[in-house]
Design a protein around this ligand. Structure first.
Ligand code: IMP
Ligand code: MG
Length: 194
């Protein structure tokens, strides 16, 4: 597995430090939502909506830095089936999705690993918006430098990266490499052989 790595784009220490900053920002913004002008009722709760499977490592690291009362509702979306490295359009996998029928009175925060064509985030944002949360924010670990990604509205981005296919820290190629602790690109031969 290590021999398949071409280059390390973001190492684990860089990722960890940035997630510290991101968590601090989310906490600050959440406090502001709870107490706009200092007069809020403080009763609105947060629902995190992680998009499976790529966000699992990011989410597990982020939520342990968020001392907020929260519930987690998973949603599963497929867009890169198997060995594809181009998005094939986003579809929700109902069996792995646990979105409540209503999110009224809750602050929703959608979390994904990477913003590429924007289809996944748009699809999930619409599903969540239909459930009428008190507020809706979106957060991605990575955003690719391509027009579709840059035009997709998103509230929090941990890192902007070049328009390259990356794996590790939850991101996969053909469902492999998610367990690599760093975010890396793969050698050309890896794709040629599948
Ligand atoms: P979008 O719908 O095209 O924005 O793609 C988002 C989804 O595609 C992400 O949640 C990832 O699962 C997957 N994806 C996009 N780019 C990459 C990549 O470079 N490596 C691995 N997965 C990716
Ligand atoms: Mg994904």
């Amino acid at each position: 597995m290590q021999g398949d790595i071409e280059k390390v784009l973001l190492d684990r220490h860089t990722i960890g430090k940035r997630i510290d900053q991101l968590a601090a920002q989310i906490i600050e913004d959440h406090d502001e939502l709870e107490n706009p002008g200092g007069n809020g009722d403080g009763g609105t709760e947060i629902t995190l909506i992680p998009i499976l499977t790529g966000s699992i490592i990011f989410v597990s690291d982020l939520i342990r830095r968020l001392p907020l009362r929260m519930q987690i509702s998973l949603i599963s979306v497929t867009s890169y089936p198997g060995t594809a490295t181009q998005s094939h359009g986003a579809t929700v996998e109902a069996a792995l999705t646990k979105l409540p029928e209503s999110l009224e009175g809750r602050h929703a925060l959608i979390l994904d690993d990477i913003l590429d064509s924007g289809r996944t985030l748009n699809l999930v944002s619409n599903l969540v918006r239909e459930r009428q949360p008190a507020s809706l924010k979106t957060c991605v670990l990575l955003r690719k430098q391509r027009p579709e990604a840059l035009q997709t509205p998103v509230d929090y981005v941990a890192f902007d990266i070049p328009d390259e296919f990356v794996v590790g820290y939850g991101l996969d190629y053909d469902d492999y490499y998610r367990n690599l602790p760093d975010i890396v690109t793969l050698r050309r031969e890896v794709y040629a052989s599948t």
